[in-house]
Design a binder for this molecule. Structure first.
Ligand SMILES: Nc1nc2c(c(=O)[nH]1)N[C@H]1C(S)=C(S)[C@@H](COP(=O)(O)O)O[C@H]1N2
Ligand SMILES: [Mo]
Length: 410
């Protein structure tokens, strides 16, 4: 048997760990099992037949974690970020946040009304929307309440509970600008108000320039119609902007001359500051990253090489770099960014780590293309002055004990 050779890569490439480790990958892994005869693994009978709509292997168990257990009906569920790969969140595991449950809407009868300060009020069926020029893009959504547990010290046990209110999908639909050009906007129309057809009638105001720039009226997600939980049959995707603006079950867009000041942009989703002013209409999500593997709740079997992997994103464009520390912040090393690095989408990063078996803290820190650097929680608290339920984008450390137990390092 010959020893497999690892193709040479430029320094900084994906084999960088190998050069650092100065040993073979196999030796660096804690325990590799010797191969056994595979004959016993061969099935003795035919496998299952084809099926009309696929499902995952029964050996896979990752689930959304349901929040708000106190209330009779959970209104939030967290994506299992540790158990997802690449940059697309499977639709079945996309986080959920609904203020009044998931309405049952029929795409055959659902309509979108465009009215207010328009030249021509219009009503579109879903089929009519599908006749307009379509566009498909990868965008993340993040609830501005994501990571709120980490503000207070009520530290979440795992990355699902601490960071699972973000997900990334390929969305397909029509630019809102295409639709608004059909209705025509009157001169005073400086804002739009988008409203959902759920029982809460969630509605958010958006400035007209954003509405005309890159807002998507989406009817599909990851290659199939939207999931009911994600707004079937129609939702707004407002790239980079806090989750609540991404109005689900969209049935109405009204052109107006001022923001509507709905409940969802005043009493909610506003951060009161110590000086009595508030951060309101905080549209763009600040750059944020988190290591998803290894992360809270897992146990490393022993010293050796581990791939550190995680997600980074920013509401202001593309991720420029991610740095990793494995020594509690003394030194930082650039992680490899998995192509494609798309603006306003999750970016997957990875770095191979040779753990010496000692207790340490590991963390990631993103820098976005505007030069903004993800802050520590202490710096963020200094800037904001006090705990707020929203917009915590601080660096998330995970503590690794000598026994390999990974816990929240905050
Ligand atoms: N109509 C409507 N749109 C809504 C909501 C809602 O409750 N009703 N929740 C908002 C919030 S707070 C967030 S974070 C995102 C969550 O989108 P998702 O459930 O598809 O992850 O949808 C937003 N759009
Ligand atoms: Mo949200």
């Amino acid at each position: 048997m010959t020893t497999p050779t690892i193709p040479a890569r430029k320094p900084g490439g994906s084999r960088r760990w190998f050069l650092r480790a100065g040993t073979s990958f196999a030796a660096a892994l804690a325990a590799l099992r010797a191969p056994t005869s595979s004959a016993a693994d061969l099935p003795g009978s035919l496998g299952a037949p084809v099926s009309g709509y696929g499902s995952r292997s029964r050996f896979e168990r990752a689930l959304r974690a349901l929040g708000n257990a106190r209330t009779p009906r959970s209104t939030v569920s967290y994506a299992p970020l540790r158990d997802t790969f690449g940059i697309v969140t499977p639709s079945s595991l996309h986080f959920e946040r609904h203020h009044a449950g998931v309405p049952e809407l029929d795409s055959a009868t659902h309509t979108l009304t465009v009215h207010g300060l328009v030249d021509r009020p219009l009503v579109f069926s879903i089929d009519e929307l599908k006749r307009l020029p379509s566009v498909s893009r990868f965008f993340f959504i993040e609830c501005s309440g994501n990571t709120s547990s980490e503000w207070t010290g009520a530290n979440a046990p795992d990355v699902q509970r601490s960071h699972g209110l973000t997900s990334c999908s390929e969305w397909t639909g029509v630019w809102l600008s295409t639709i608004l050009r059909q209705s025509g906007a009157q001169p005073g129309a400086t804002w739009i108000v988008a409203e959902g057809a759920d029982a809460a009638r969630v509605a958010r105001s958006l400035p007209m320039d954003k509405a005309m720039k890159d807002v998507l009226v989406a009817y599909a997600q990851n290659g199939e119609p939207l999931r009911p939980e994600q707004g079937y049959p129609l939702r707004l995707i407002v790239p980079g902007v806090e989750g609540i603006a991404n109005v689900k079950w969209l049935h109405r867009v009204k052109l107006v001359d001022r923001p509507a000041m709905t409940r969802w942009e005043t009493s909610k989703y506003t951060d009161l500051l110590p000086d009595g002013t508030s951060r309101i209409f905080t549209f763009e999500m600040d750059a944020k990253s988190v290591i998803t593997r290894p992360s809270g709740g897992e146990t490393l079997p022993g010293a050796g090489v581990y791939e550190i992997s995680g997600l980074a994103w920013t509401g202001r464009g593309a991720v420029a770099r991610v740095d990793i520390t494995t020594d509690g912040g003394r030194t930082w090393n650039p992680a490899e960014l998995q192509a494609p690095v798309l603006p306003l989408a999750h970016t997957r990063f990875r770095w191979s780590w040779r753990w010496d078996g000692g207790e340490t803290l590991i963390a990631s820190r993103v820098t976005d293309e505007t030069g903004y650097v993800q802050p520590t929680l202490i710096d963020l608290l200094k800037a904001r002055g006090r705990f707020s339920g929203y917009h915590n984008n601080a660096i998330q450390p995970w503590k690794v004990t000598a026994a390999g137990v990974v816990t929240n390092g905050l």
